[in-house]
Ligand binder design. Structure first.
Ligand code: ZN
Ligand code: ZN
Length: 268
């Protein structure tokens, strides 16, 4: 099975990632990926991006070197904001893609399953939210699986199968079994599922072989995965709500470097 879209990618705006949107787009084009969502960390993660960063993403081309760019976020549940998320609705509604996930040092490190589930259920109920990232992160942010899966089904929110969760070197690798349980439950319930690279460097865009293998073992077919290609992603998102800035920024191609004739213009 081959997937042609990646709904989880980071840039230098996340503070602990190492490529730009441009580099990610060029790497995606080289890898045959049709669409990427730029999902930088929200402000509550240490070094996460300021709300203005997300607001101003309209400057970025919507298509760069043939790759569709969804301008999004990986926001965090927040205990002290009006909407329970660390970006306000007035910013979220402008984004092409809204992912939310739980991360260390954002106020939820107490391993409190009931509280985590409660805050994430409120996030899932927000009609502006499209995806929950790495819900199977049992060791850091335990959740009541049945409640999260039922809410995701009801509100048409994507549950992500995250490639990092299955990487032996990842901080989340000890939760691989739980992530598999989420995949099984999501498949059985009919919840939309994506497989994300969570790339923090351009060359990792579209790399999700490990999570993909788990998805296949669990029984997923390609038609059950939202990010199978650009068209399937856009169809899913547009069926959920309007995306007012989806085409802002237009279509651009990064120019070829200018090659100069060594003789031309030489006057000495
Ligand atoms: Zn994350
Ligand atoms: Zn991430």
């Amino acid at each position: 099975m081959r997937l042609l879209a990646d709904l989880h990618t980071h840039t230098i705006a996340s503070g602990h990632a190492y490529s730009t949107i441009t580099e990610n787009a060029l790497a995606a084009a080289a890898a045959g990926i049709e669409l990427i969502a730029v999902t930088d960390h929200g402000p509550n993660v240490p070094q996460g991006a300021h709300p203005w960063y997300f607001w101003n993403l309209k400057n970025v081309p919507s298509v760069l070197n043939g790759v569709r760019i969804l301008k999004g976020c990986e926001a965090n549940p927040s205990a002290d904001s009006e909407n329970g998320i660390d970006l306000p609705d007035v910013v979220l509604e402008k984004l092409d893609f809204v992912a939310v996930g739980m991360h260390p040092l954002t106020g939820f490190d107490q391993l409190d399953r009931d509280r985590n589930t409660e805050v994430l259920l409120r996030v899932i109920e927000n009609p502006l939210v499209d995806q929950i990232t790495h819900p199977g992160n049992e060791d850091e942010f335990p959740l009541h699986l049945e409640e999260i899966v039922a809410a995701a089904l009801k509100h048409n929110v994507i549950l992500e199968l995250n490639d990092h969760s299955f990487e032996p070197t990842s901080a989340r690798s000890t939760s691989a079994a739980r992530e598999r349980e989420f995949a099984e439950a999501a498949l059985a319930a009919g919840v939309p599922v994506s497989i994300g690279s969570d790339a923090h460097y351009a060359l990792h865009i579209g790399r999700f072989d490990t999570a993909l293998r788990v998805a296949e073992e669990v029984g997923f077919t390609r038609d059950r995965i939202v990010n199978r290609d650009a068209a399937s992603v856009l169809a899913h998102l547009l069926a959920k709500r309007d995306r007012p800035r989806l085409d802002h920024g237009g279509e651009r191609t990064w120019p070829e470097p200018v090659t100069r004739d060594a003789e031309e213009g030489t006057t000495w």
